[in-house]
Write a new protein. Structure first.
Length: 216
């Protein structure tokens, strides 16, 4: 079995299915992917709740909001003025290129769509790939700090290796499998939150018996 799959099966056996990303619609998932930048998910949930209570969880409704009003609604997510502008940039892209329809966006090829998303102000690789994977069901592996921390501590890649180097490792070693990519990324998040913290808690970690790997 390939080393990455061994890691996946260890984490899956320990945590079980994560069914990530929470969200009722692809649009809500995309909004959450932007709001979760530099904050924790509980704060995003509060911002999403505000938008839902004001019946603003649609592209057209949100796009019609003045940016200061939008900033007020997403205030719990932190950096709300910056994130309101980023949301406006994404909304303008969604409205102008796809008539506000996530279904139309989904028809694009992953490569083309990723390039377009990365051209939107405030959307970097992790956010773009989160939208592709979780909102649009595109088989693209999301790399985050939790993933890099866990793998670098087991000698897979240096922590400072680029986003593209980490992503290429997953795309090379794993089959193109939407469910696998979805679950694996979510399992790294759980491991990073519970054990592989900046100051690690290695005792009882599901990966604590994994040797440093030279198999990649």
């Amino acid at each position: 079995m390939k080393p990455l799959l061994k890691i996946y099966h260890k984490l899956y056996s320990f945590y079980g299915p994560q069914n990530w990303w929470p969200g009722d619609t692809p649009f809500e998932v995309a909004v959450g992917a932007i709001l979760t930048q530099n904050t924790n998910w509980s704060n995003v949930e509060k911002a999403i709740k505000n938008l839902r209570s004001e019946k603003m969880l649609s592209a057209r409704a949100m796009y019609a909001l003045p940016v200061d009003r939008l900033a007020g609604l997403i205030r719990p997510a932190g950096y709300f003025n910056i994130k309101a502008k980023r949301l406006r940039s994404f909304l303008a892209f969604l409205m102008e290129d796809y008539g506000g329809s996530m279904k139309r966006m989904q028809r694009e090829s992953p490569g083309t769509l990723r390039e377009k998303l990365l051209s939107v102000n405030g959307i970097g690789p992790e956010t773009a790939d989160s939208i592709l994977l979780y909102a649009l069901d595109k088989p693209v592996f999301v790399i985050d700090a939790y993933t890099k921390r866990a793998l670098s501590r087991h000698g897979v890649l240096e922590y400072d290796a680029s986003y593209d180097e980490y992503q290429e490792l997953f795309h090379r070693e794993l089959d193109e499998d939407l469910k696998l990519y979805n679950e694996f990324h979510a399992l790294f998040v759980m491991t990073g939150k519970d054990y592989c913290k900046p100051k690690p808690r290695c005792e009882n970690c599901p990966l604590n018996d994994m040797p440093n790997s030279s198999a990649f």
